[in-house]
Design a protein around this ligand. Structure first.
Ligand code: HEC
Length: 102
């Protein structure tokens, strides 16, 4: 009886150890992952993902604007319902200004 419960505890300890080490390894991996910072998509990906619900991509790519003009336009589209957070707006505006600037 005594021996048996000791054996159980030993296995439990081993299992807990494996679990903790595994969890730490998983944490370390995600902490080192450069992708965690780059949660923001590229400007092109944002454009193709968030700007096609109400009109075609051509509506956007057929026009050119100054950086300020694009900023105003994107803010305007967000007011209409485009789903972009502050950081995404910055990335997208920079992309639009570079690719479709004037
Ligand atoms: C919720 C709907 C909606 C979404 C999402 C949307 N738009 Fe628009 N967009 C409109 C409407 C409606 C118009 C036409 C009315 C107008 O011209 O102001 C328009 C017109 C435009 C125009 C042409 C008019 C202009 O000012 O040059 C551009 C460029 C444009 N959108 C860019 C974008 C970009 C970039 C995105 C992604 C961030 C986007 N739109 C997402 C609704 C939307």
């Amino acid at each position: 009886m005594q021996l048996r419960s000791q054996a159980v505890w030993k296995w439990a300890a081993v299992l807990i150890l494996v679990f903790v080490v595994g969890a730490l390894a998983a944490c370390g991996a995600s902490g080192d992952n450069p992708g965690s910072e780059a949660q923001v998509m590229s400007g092109q990906a944002l454009l193709e993902d968030r700007c096609i619900q109400c009109h075609s991509l051509d509506t956007v790519t057929n026009t050119t604007k100054t950086p300020d003009g694009w900023h105003e336009n994107v803010e305007n589209m967000v007011l209409r319902g485009a789903r972009l957070n502050e950081q995404e707006i910055e990335v997208l505006v920079a992309y639009l200004a570079a690719e479709y600037g004037r």
